[in-house]
Design a protein around this ligand. Structure first.
Ligand code: NAD
Length: 472
């Protein structure tokens, strides 16, 4: 019979007492307080995760790989169920698109390979210095209602690959699907490694509990995916924060663009999951010369154009609140539902609502998170870039451009200073869907890490050996 070393280690971990000073009675009381990673209190959950991380830290890289593989292998056949639960609970977005988002999180989130490329060795007359990416400990991860299960999967793979345990604080509106997924993840991880509670949450997530977690002494890093309120709150906690905040991505189309392709890409990107992704096209800014042609092509690709002022008023009253925020009731709803509820007559099966507007329209300024997007005409490329810069609000999140002019593409990419800049493709190409590169649902904009992955969930440590291991 062939011996599996990892299985043997897993058995030893399961039966062994810890030798790090943590009392085993304390350990078992935390373990007993939770059920498959779901606890009553923040403190119990964090403490159980701390114990689990300590065990995990003392296993091997091979074990981490085994866990990541098990997560991918076991979640993939259930991707439709995972997406359906998030979709039905939040009642936002589009089921088919949510399936693709979850599939991408499972298959295209980098694992341990992400750490290897970021490690470094320096050798010379004085010996050898080694930089390695090591775990933080327990990460407090706050996740949004807009990408509920996909963010949990994406963060879990990256954070476990980096050797951490994770306390998840999901949006209360995605509580049931998150509990179901965390329990499933725990079963997968514990079957693969013998370690329980590497991924935890509490049974009643709330804003108050999220804030309690933010200041818990055993949380070593905060990774916050959400709007400006929660990112600001985390930054006031005094802990290190990776803040993945709001965006308002403009798409710029100039007169050199392949207009037919641009139109297709814009509808596909802006209508994807009913415009819930923070990276989705939220403003179309087009140079006059090709504006009519672009509009005609957008209509062919299932966009419905609203130019009648009375209809624009109806849509505004329905979807924008007096406080100039999106009406939550319509966040992530389909174009047809929004048109029906606004009482705007339409034909066909529109996926996207376009509103002829200027940059002062509330639809332009506000991150609407629904398939209602302004169509803004400007005189030339310079004006288009200025408008895009204004509408992005300096968030440094995402911008998209369609053009065949390389120097303009280069200029816009440089000036926009966004974490993601997509050229001649739909916005989602920027997260590895039809574009090269890995997938992330945590784009750390205010704190500057950009498209995060395992390497961002690890501390850089320097290890120095004097007078040795230089063989030149
Ligand atoms: P949200 O800000 O309402 O909630 C996000 C998370 O933060 C939830 O878990 C919520 O419970 C928690 N939260 C909210 N306010 C809090 C506070 N004051 N203290 C502690 N916790 C708090 O956002 P949402 O509606 O769930 O998601 C949409 C927002 O998230 C959009 O603004 C979108 O752009 C942003 N987002 C950003 C990224 C990114 O990678 N940059 C990814 C997805 C979503």
């Amino acid at each position: 019979m062939e011996l599996d070393v990892e299985d043997i280690i897993a058995k030893i971990i399961k039966n062994d007492k810890l030798d790090d000073g943590i009392k085993s009675s304390e350990e078992s009381s935390y373990a007993a307080a939770g059920e498959n990673g779901v606890f009553k209190t923040v403190d119990d959950a964090v403490k159980a995760a701390k114990i689990a991380q300590n065990k995990y830290f003392h296993t091997s890289l091979k074990m981490r790989k085994k866990i990541v593989k098990a997560i991918r292998d076991e979640l993939l056949p259930e991707v439709e169920e995972i997406a359906r639960r998030g979709y039905e609970e939040t009642n936002m977005g589009n089921l088919n698109d949510k399936i693709e988002k979850n599939r991408l999180a499972i298959t295209n989130t980098p694992g341990l390979e992400d750490l290897k490329v970021s490690s470094q060795v320096i050798t010379g007359d004085n010996g050898m210095t080694l930089y390695e990416l090591c775990p933080y400990g327990v990460i407090g991860a706050i996740t949004p209602s807009t990408n509920p299960t996909e963010t949990i999967i994406n963060n879990t793979i990256g954070m476990l690959a980096a050797g951490n345990a994770i306390y998840f604080s999901p949006h209360p509106g995605a509580k049931e699907s998150s509990i179901w997924l965390i329990k499933k993840l725990n079963k997968i991880v514990s079957k693969a490694s013998g370690i329980e509670n590497l991924v935890v949450m509490i049974e009643s997530p709330s804003i108050q509990a999220a804030q309690e977690m933010m200041t818990h002494p055993d949380i070593n890093l905060l990774v916050v995916t959400g709007g400006p309120g929660v990112v600001g709150q985390a930054m006031r906690s005094g802990k290190k924060v990776l803040g993945a905040g709001a965006g308002n991505p403009p798409v710029l189309v100039d007169e050199t663009a392949d207009i037919e392709k641009a139109a297709q890409d814009i509808v596909n990107g802006a209508a994807f999951d009913n415009n819930l992704p923070c990276i989705a096209e939220k403003n179309i800014v087009v140079v006059n010369e090709v504006a009519d042609k672009l509009l005609e092509n957008l209509k062919k690709d299932a966009a419905f154009v609203v130019s009648d002022l009375a209809d624009v008023k109806k849509l505004t009253e329905l979807t924008v609140t007096e406080k100039q925020t999106p009406n939550k009731k319509y966040v992530g709803k389909s174009a047809e539902k929004i048109l029906n509820d606004a009482g705007v007559a339409y034909t066909g099966n529109p996926r996207l609502i376009l509103i002829e507007a200027d940059q002062n329209s509330p639809f332009a300024k506000i991150e609407m998170l629904m398939p209602v997007v302004p169509f803004i005409r400007v005189k030339d490329f310079a004006a288009a870039l200025d408008t895009c810069l204004t509408l992005e609000h300096g968030l440094h999140h995402t911008a998209i451009m369609h053009s065949q002019n390389v120097s303009r593409l280069n200029k816009a990419a440089k000036e926009m200073q966004t974490s993601i800049f997509v050229k001649n493709g739909p916005s989602y190409a920027g997260i590895g869907f039809g574009g090269e590169g890995p997938t992330t649902y945590t784009i750390a904009t205010p704190t500057g890490e950009g498209t995060t992955s395992a390497k961002n969930f690890a501390r850089v440590r320097r290890c120095v050996l004097t007078s040795g291991f230089s063989i030149r």
